[in-house]
Design a protein around this ligand. Structure first.
Ligand SMILES: [Zn+2]
Ligand SMILES: [Zn+2]
Length: 117
């Protein structure tokens, strides 16, 4: 499962809501209630997350935290997988667009190949 999909799952949404409710929807570090995010203190695996693995932060404290602490390797791998997935989707869309352009203009693969030489 892709990380972006996981973030839309009911597992994560419920966990996130429970954490937010427990923290009174306020930043654990500065008490701000503005732009609240739920941060992973520990990052094990998708679906292997407990309330204790999370921390409620405001966007500002979260940004500051990640400036000093790079995101865990597992998170980076998920993020990279998502980025690759997006790139593949884009590539597929582009080759589909090229194929339909070629079809409309009667360009066959053979001609295209010759032109490239
Ligand atoms: Zn804060
Ligand atoms: Zn974070």
């Amino acid at each position: 499962m892709k990380y972006a999909e996981y973030l839309k799952s009911s597992h994560w949404r419920e966990l996130r809501q429970a954490k937010l409710a427990g923290a009174g929807r306020a930043c654990n570090r500065c008490g701000s209630t503005d732009r609240i995010v739920v941060h992973h203190v520990r990052y094990r695996n998708l679906f292997d997350v407990e309330l204790a693995d999370l921390e409620v932060l405001c966007q500002e404290c979260h940004d500051r935290h990640h400036r000093d602490n790079p995101r865990p390797k597992q998170y980076q791998e998920h993020a990279k997988a998502d980025a690759n997935d997006e790139r593949d989707k884009l590539r597929q869309r582009m080759s589909a667009a090229t194929a339909s352009y070629n079809e409309i203009h009667g360009i066959t693969k053979k001609r295209k190949r010759r032109r490239r030489r």
